[in-house]
Design a binder for this molecule. Structure first.
Ligand code: ADP
Ligand code: MG
Length: 700
């Protein structure tokens, strides 16, 4: 039997499993020997040490004892019924307690004769030590040899009810590993890589991750398995990228006349060096004749929109069209209004398409799009509908990428019936941790705008409690008196829309009362676009001084004269959201402030979030903390979390290994792009054996 056949063997044929247990294991996605071997323990227990009853301490997380059970007694009635076993190891007494499964335990315990191994968390109560629901097994001399680090596996509730415990699973796994040992080898990485990165052989790693001889070997085993997992993901992403570069032609966009004209005659400010660099990177891409797939990461306010517009000018200057897709109606409006000023100055046609565009207008617009008269289209998801077709879409800009799925990204490729695929420029609103970017966008080229426009003063952020409210209001007043404007943001309470509005309108009344001498605007998600627009306009034209809002103003809204952002119930917001909201101020030359209001009592995680906001304005740093708090999967939302379903690697913790794995994959592709060298045969074999559609289908 080959190793492949061995690994594919059905789990029910494993000794000690059978059809019933197999059915239970299937629910854990364990169908084959391989699956069981790769059902890694989530922690280990140190069973290498034996404790004495007289040395027990309350603070021990767990203790292991060897001794006899002197007698059993039952106590209590009904739900409080319990079994007590009086245990003694010659140095002292410990009470073992069971509240469930009493009859089974009672039947099996042999008082006096047998020697038992007891394992569990010691508790000290009424002058005695006790252990509730200890692990209990009869001691035999062989057991001494097995003492060591023992695996703890996740199991289902059903398994628990059928006494198919982690311990039972570990026995089966141990037997399976004994079989694996008889197999000649199980390797996926070539020798030279294992040596270069000091990785233990796969077979050893599998054995050590379940039953480590010691902590050092456990760590080595983890490292090996994590490396491998990350290596293959990176290899696939880099291969996709390489494949596209070779295979997909893009329009050659060389002419920069229009760009230069705008640059010299209309550009309202000097570009930052970072903006200049990124525009160059984009231009270098656009003129090669290969399709661009580029991600621009830049902190809030770093000026991504202008970069996108300059790229659009290259597209249009070469006879193409461009579109910009935003995640919300408000943001699409904002982009449209902003870009229209520039476009008008150059005599370039621009229009807007959203879900609320009227049918008649829409028909006209689509016609102009198809005959090429309309050069720039700004919009929401409405852009990806099938009826939206361009004469010659040369560049597609996607703003605030994390709200779009990869699927949607790929739909934009098909917007030209006859011309080549459009170039794609993705702009992220929230910087994401490097490890995530490498995994989610590992197939894209990346540009980073790591500089804010000159003259911006870093926003000063403070955390204030309810009992400081009057002082906070005084401060807002002093800013308003200087001619500035302020946002006051209330959280969405998702469980109840009614409560939401109540929360907001209460806030609105409170603010109006507190600031009778100023005009107050209110914007929320239940207003229609027209109403929202009008209210935004009033605020941005300084007809009102205070904007009371829900998070609808989170993305994009740009009023440089606003210098104060107050966030009410700030503990309810996630870090990314807080950072986005704060980015609404600090857009002008004035010193700006962000005030995070909370009650006195907040959770530990909330405090970490607020402290982080006070400490730094660096979006990358903030996203790191966010990932540590929430885990990579939750950070990015369901759509993309599939790419982060690792067996063992953890993007929040394994950044260093990921860097190594990516380097290894990169080097491999540079030296042996088609995996033709004999020393890379194992890698090729592994890739071929992977089920189709795993990663490939998720990557656009
Ligand atoms: P974001 O990267 O968050 O999308 P925006 O593109 O909305 O940022 O830019 C934020 C503000 O900064 C806008 O008002 C924009 O006009 C302005 N801006 C962009 N680039 C510069 C620059 N180089 N110098 C001065 N102001 C700039
Ligand atoms: Mg933006």
């Amino acid at each position: 039997m080959s190793i492949a056949q061995f690994l594919e063997s059905k789990i029910e044929y494993m000794k000690g499993v059978g059809p019933h247990r197999a059915a239970l294991l299937n629910e854990l996605n364990i169908f084959t020997y391989r699956d069981l071997l790769q059902h890694y323990p989530f922690r280990h227990e140190d069973r290498s040490q034996m404790h004495l009853a007289k040395d027990l301490l309350e603070e021990m997380p767990a203790a292991q004892l060897k001794g006899k059970i002197i007698y059993l007694s039952s106590a209590g009635e009904g739900a409080k019924k319990r079994l007590i076993a009086y245990f003694n190891d010659g140095t002292g007494d410990v009470e073992l307690l069971w509240f469930q499964g009493i009859e089974t335990v009672k039947k099996n315990i042999k008082t006096h004769q047998a020697i038992y191994l007891v394992y569990g968390k010691p508790q000290f109560f009424a002058g005695k030590f006790s252990i509730v629901h200890p692990e209990l097994e009869e001691w035999t001399p062989e057991k001494d040899k097995e003492m060591g680090w023992q695996p703890v596996y996740s199991i289902t509730e059903k398994m628990r009810k059928k006494f198919f415990t982690s311990k039972a699973l570990s026995k089966i796994t141990q037997a399976l590993i004994a079989l694996l040992r008889q197999q000649p080898t199980w390797e996926t990485l070539p020798d030279y890589l294992c040596q270069q990165y000091q990785l233990m052989p796969r077979k050893d790693a599998i054995e050590q991750i379940h039953f480590p001889k010691n902590i050092a070997l456990l760590e080595k085993a983890k490292r090996r398995l994590k490396f491998e997992e990350l290596f293959f993901v990176q290899l696939k992403l880099l291969k996709t990228k390489q494949f596209r570069k070779i295979s997909y032609q893009g329009q050659i966009l060389k002419d920069t006349q229009l760009l230069t004209q705008f640059y010299n005659e209309h550009l309202p400010f000097e570009l930052t060096n970072a903006q200049k660099r990124v525009v160059k990177e984009i231009y270098n891409n656009l003129q090669t004749g290969k399709q661009m797939n580029r991600l621009v990461q830049g902190d809030v306010g770093s000026g991504k929109t202008m970069v996108a517009f300059l790229a659009m000018l290259i597209a249009i200057g070469n006879g193409g069209q461009a579109c910009l897709m935003a995640p919300t109606e408000i943001l699409a409006d904002q982009h449209y209004n902003g870009l229209k000023k520039y476009a008008d100055a150059l005599g370039i046609t621009i229009d807007k398409l959203t879900g609320t565009t009227k049918t008649k207008d829409r028909r006209v617009l689509l016609g102009r799009l198809e005959n090429g008269n309309l050069k720039i289209l700004v919009g929401t998801h409405a852009l990806i509908e099938e009826s939206v077709l361009f004469e010659n879409l040369a560049l597609c800009v996607i703003d605030e990428q994390h709200r779009f799925g990869v699927e949607q990204r790929s739909k934009l490729w098909k917007k030209n019936e006859h011309a080549l695929y459009p170039h794609i420029l993705v702009m992220t609103a929230t910087p994401i941790p490097r490890t995530l970017a490498m995994t989610l966008y590992g197939d894209l080229d990346v540009s980073i705008i790591d500089e804010l426009p000159k003259g911006r003063k870093p926003i000063i952020t403070a955390h204030r409690y309810e009992n400081n409210r009057l002082k906070v209001y005084e401060f807002i007043r002093s800013e308003l008196n200087k001619g500035r404007q302020a946002y006051i943001v209330y959280p969405l309470i998702e469980e109840s829309e009614k409560l939401d509005l109540k929360n907001l309108s209460d806030g609105y009344e409170q603010v109006k009362k507190a600031f009778p001498e100023f005009k107050v605007s209110m914007v929320h998600g239940k207003m229609n676009t027209l109403e929202k627009d009008e209210e935004m306009q009033r605020f941005s034209q300084q007809q009102t001084q205070i904007m009371v809002a829900t998070t609808v103003i989170e993305v994009g809204v740009d009023v440089p004269n606003a210098s104060v952002m107050v966030i009410e119930n700030a503990e309810r917001f996630g870090l990314a959201q807080l950072h986005q909201l704060r980015g609404r101020v600090g857009r002008g030359a004035e010193q700006s402030y962000c005030i995070l209001m909370t009650d006195l009592k907040i959770s530990k995680d909330s405090r970490t979030r607020l402290d982080t906001m006070v400490r730094t304005t660096n979006g990358f740093e903030i996203s790191e903390v966010d990932m540590q708090l929430r885990g990579p999967g939750n950070l990015m939302g369901k759509e993309q979390s599939g790419l982060m379903n690792f067996l063992i690697a953890d993007l929040a913790k394994d950044g260093a290994i990921l860097e190594e794995a990516r380097n290894a994959a990169q080097t491999l592709l540079e030296t042996d792009a088609h995996l033709q060298k004999p020393e890379n045969a194992l890698i090729k074999q592994y890739l071929l054996a992977q089920k189709e559609g795993n990663y490939w289908s998720r990557i656009s």
